[in-house]
Design a protein around this ligand. Sequence first.
Ligand code: MG
Length: 238
Amino acid sequence: MLSTEIEKFITQKKYPSLQPKAVFFDMDGVLFDSMKNHAAAWVEALNKLGLPFTEIDAYMNEGRTGASTIDGVFNKIHNRNATEEEKQQIYKLKSSLFEARGEVGKIPFSFELLKKIKAENKEIFVVTGSGQPSLIDSLDENFPGIFKKEKMVTAFDVTNGKPHPEPYLKALKKSGLQPWEVVVVENAPLGVESATTAGIFTIGVNTGPLDPKILSDSGANLVLNSMEELYEKWEKLF
Ligand code: MG
């Protein structure tokens, strides 16, 4: 069954094969169990300023840069983009509310999967819309020995965040690999859109409250229910 998804993808894309030499991981909701805190912080920050926003909105917007999320809300309510000042004010508030919620844990089986992939001598990249300066430190603390600074694409590296394909295209460029030599692991609809538009086989892992159909509708080539399921099926897939 799983190899059917891969064959379908290769045929559709007219790729010579699909033999991953690298795996590109999204971060929030894939490696870190951080989305609940992000969603709550977004809701609190925007509602405080009288802007309607729900936790489901936060999950649907996951992957966008902060500025793009804020512009989306402003356009809906005020028919205009937010000013730079408004963006900074809201993002600062959102970030402090997120920090106040304390440290986030790992998504179960994410570290186990990373270790398995490393043991197969495949390269591991992080492709995230996040822009915390301490990113590499918290990745190192939680997943020692897995990540390298030069194998990351963050908010600082791109002009256009997800759902634009730029983050994943940048990661391809950094890796020097072809799209048929890479697999993406994403949890968010806009992240899936970004990766599939970049032409990469994308596994949607539904770690949040959304209907899994949203991930397949966004173009995910395979949808799984948890990182544990991906960990267990990994060898069967690749
Ligand atoms: Mg994510």
